[in-house]
Design a protein around this ligand. Structure first.
Ligand code: NAP
Length: 348
């Protein structure tokens, strides 16, 4: 481990990125981390030494939209690579970031991401990210924040796999948005209003239809299934949307969903959006969809936007290993990013 701080270049200044900035420039910033630069689609700033000032970071975050979106060129990466323990942090939901990651990793820049799209990309693209021949030696790609926000889901699963346990089933409530919406429905809030509140609180994907259609959960299921050695693709996930893509006006569902939730309550059941990954030998299957479960089911006891992941394995066969807690929001996701920065750069 070096003695200098890790040099972080943050890409994305939305809900998660602004929480990273708030923590980095707040009263109790994590030790051993220097924020060297910030970018979004509107601006980019990377300093050669020391830390970018809070004012400069704020200026990038509040810059007006530009007609020509910013690109992170090789020159920017070369400048970042010259700094001590450089780390590129992806706090975007952008498509096609794989190429940027490969260019960074090749230069010895660690990559830490909250963006699950590169991990759930078509297998060949994802495999390239993990191909050590494309990386400078010792360069790390870490992605704990992609599943369950700040919860230790990926690391727990990796530990199970690398210690020789056999994962048989992973059951999860992984959409902070859908969890929150269902809990609000239970409390009598109209569906369309519940979605608007979830967006206001920063729980939703930049495009909430990704949550409502189950696509965001399907991506997370793919990320988890691939930790089991599977080459599962998003199209392989047996997906039942919470809201079909054909529904454009959410208010049209208010009455129907309120009645459904009330009906279930009289039967002692609750609606949850559950993803399931089943592994049998080398075959891994994944599914996601709305399900009515008894009120004492662990998934029914979640509050707000909480997430739950239960691993049933050869060793945890009777009582699954359960990870649960807040599963969405800027601050908890930023925590996972900082933890990954420290782990990637050996500053633990
Ligand atoms: N919110 C959560 O609770 C949560 C939890 C876990 C993981 N995540 C993941 O974290 C990521 C960010 O989520 P968010 O809620 O913070 O999204 P967000 O509020 O929409 O912010 C996205 C940011 O990324 C920037 N951006 C988009 N494309 C870019 C590109 N090609 N190059 C540079 N910057 C780009 C945007 O720039 P502009 O500002 O210029 O538009 C914006 O600042 C997503 O992948 C999400 O799945 C979120």
């Amino acid at each position: 481990m070096g003695t200098e701080n890790a040099s972080v270049f943050l890409v994305g200044t939305g809900v998660v990125g602004s929480a990273v900035l708030a923590i980095a420039h707040g009263a109790t910033p994590p030790a051993h981390v220097t924020l060297a630069g910030v970018a979004n689609t509107r601006g980019l700033s990377l300093v050669e030494s020391g830390a970018i000032s809070p004012d400069e970071a704020r200026a990038i975050a509040s810059r007006p939209a530009s007609t020509e979106p910013v690109t992170i060129t090789d020159d920017v990466l070369d400048a970042l690579a010259k700094r001590a323990s450089p780390v590129l942090v992806d706090a975007t939901a952008a498509d096609d970031m794989e190429d940027l990651y490969v260019r960074a990793l090749a230069r010895g820049i660690h990559v830490v991401t909250a963006n699950k799209k590169p991990l759930a990309a078509p297998w060949a693209k994802r495999a390239r990210l993990f191909d050590e021949t494309h990386r400078a030696p010792g360069t790390k790609l870490r992605y704990e924040a992609t599943v369950g926000a700040g919860l230790p889901v990926i690391e727990t699963l990796k530990d199970l796999v690398r210690t020789g346990d056999r994962v048989r089933r992973i059951e999860c409530v992984l959409s902070g948005t859908l969890g929150f919406v269902v809990n609000e429905l239970d409390a009598g809030t109209p569906f369309s209003r519940a979605v608007a509140i979830a967006k206001d609180r920063g729980y939703t994907e930049p495009d909430p239809r990704e949550d409502l259609g189950g696509k965001d959960v399907a991506r997370k299921a793919v990320v988890l299934a691939r930790e089991l050695g599977s080459r599962l693709e998003i199209a392989d996930v047996d997906l039942e949307p919470f809201v079909p893509a054909s529904v454009k006006d959410l208010e049209k569902l208010d009455a129907e969903l309120a009645a459904k939730v009330a009906r279930l309550r009289t039967r002692g059941e609750k609606l949850v959006y559950l993803a399931r990954i089943e592994a049998e030998g080398t075959t891994v299957r994944a599914s996601a969809g709305p399900l009515a479960v008894p009120l004492d089911h662990p998934a029914a006891t979640l509050r707000g936007s909480s997430a739950l992941v239960a691993f049933t394995t050869a060793r945890y066969d009777r009582d699954p290993l359960v990870v649960r807690g807040s599963g969405a929001g800027g601050a908890v996701t930023a925590s996972a990013l900082f933890a990954d920065i420290l782990k990637a750069t050996g500053r633990t």
